[in-house]
Design a protein around this ligand. Structure first.
Ligand code: F6R
Length: 366
């Protein structure tokens, strides 16, 4: 049932306050300021011997994994590689019993992801998953799992099953850092306090749907869009572009912003709008100079910017405003206006948002 919503995708976008609350519920023990995920069996891991984590996933889940690399390396200081499952499974990857394979999958039935898990297991690695569909293969065939608790996702374009694993990866990173003895009690409660704000921050973004819809109306007929991001928000550029292309059929590409001068900047003219993910973080200055370069070449620029950023709004043609957040939490917040924008552009183009052409919700063949 779609309730008051036109499409499941819109409903699922709006469910994110609840889904993100759920994915934290029962995991954060506020009394002891600790994180507990019993289904992960984390006590079986010998962190002194652990060489690294290999995240395997496809599509949107792969983008979530890229954010996870930042979080785990930054907070838990464990090396992480992120691989597309269909590549990993055929590469004879260098994995042994001192690695963890961490699969991320909404459906838990994606053939390539399951095969990548199997490949890891054959080589003796511990296999973990972050998975939404309860009882799915990727939940059962593991040494430990985190359930996203996002609830069923019907729209083919993944939304709430993208943000839930971002929160799960953050919790996992904090939990592993804690097991390694890296965090003081104060640091731990600080991390917990920041992630606990996420549902409210997401709620603020949802309240701004009408502003995003107005911007969607301006860009709905564009043929191309270039998404740029850096650092922990680089995967958000990829995710924003994927959302737009899969449901609106607009050609959208994403690049780490620093790559522009190595080729893609040649694409920029008045017919190539640029979407820059520009929250307040350590990459801000670099992103601003990218926006200036795009403007200098006649491009229209839309930015995802933090409330009160007058520099961003003076440079950009349009702004998707997000509330201020801790930098490691920004990806969860910054993706919201991009989901909403893609949704409204596709709906305005009269397309079948929930069932885009050529796509299936669960890719059980390679
Ligand atoms: C895009 C999308 C896909 C899936 C991918 C993996 O919106 O939904 O890219 O993320 O097919 O699916 P799961 O997570 O079920 O393994």
């Amino acid at each position: 049932v779609k309730g008051n919503y036109r499409h499941f995708m819109q409903k699922e976008i709006h469910e994110q306050v609840r889904s993100l609350t759920e994915t934290m519920a029962g995991r954060i023990d506020f009394q002891h300021n600790s994180i507990l995920i019993p289904t992960l069996n984390i006590d079986e891991v010998d962190f002194d011997q652990l060489k690294g984590i290999k995240i395997v996933a496809c599509g949107t889940a792969w983008h979530a994994g890229q954010v996870g690399k930042y979080l785990i390396e930054e907070i838990a200081k464990i090396p992480v590689e992120v691989d597309i499952a269909s590549e990993f499974r055929y590469r004879d990857p260098l994995v042994d019993k001192n690695h963890i394979i961490l699969a991320i999958s909404q459906s838990g039935e994606t053939a390539d992801t399951l095969a990548a898990m199997e490949e890891g297991r054959k080589k003796g690695a511990r296999v973990w998953s972050i998975v939404n569909a309860i009882g799915s293969q990727a939940m059962r065939l593991t040494d430990g799992y985190i359930s996203m608790q996002a609830g069923p996702e019907i729209g083919v374009a993944s939304t709430k099953a993208f943000t839930a694993p971002l929160v799960d990866l953050y919790l996992l990173a904090v939990m592993m850092a804690d097991k390694k003895g890296l965090l003081s009690a104060q640091e731990r409660s600080q991390y917990i306090a920041e992630i606990s704000k996420v549902p409210d921050l997401v709620g603020t973004c949802l309240d701004r749907e009408n502003q995003v819809r107005e911007i969607a109306a301006k860009y709905k007929d564009t043929e191309h869009m270039l998404y740029l991001g850096r650092g922990i928000n680089m995967p958000i550029a990829y995710e924003g572009a994927l959302k737009l292309k899969e449901i609106s059929y607009i050609h959208a590409e994403a690049y780490p912003a620093g790559e522009m001068k190595h080729g893609p900047i040649a694409l920029i003219d008045e017919d190539m709008p640029v979407m820059a993910i520009l929250p307040h973080d350590q990459w801000y200055e670099k992103m601003i100079s990218q926006v200036e370069q795009a403007k200098a070449r006649g491009g229209k620029v839309i930015v995802v910017a933090t409330d009160g950023d007058t520099l961003a709004s003076s440079l950009a043609d349009d702004v998707l405003w997000i509330p201020e957040a801790f930098w490691m939490v920004n990806p969860v917040v910054a993706v919201l206006p991009l989901q909403i924008l893609a949704y409204h552009i596709a709906a305005m183009r009269g397309l079948d948002v929930d069932q885009p052409r050529n796509l299936a919700k669960s890719v059980t063949v390679e």
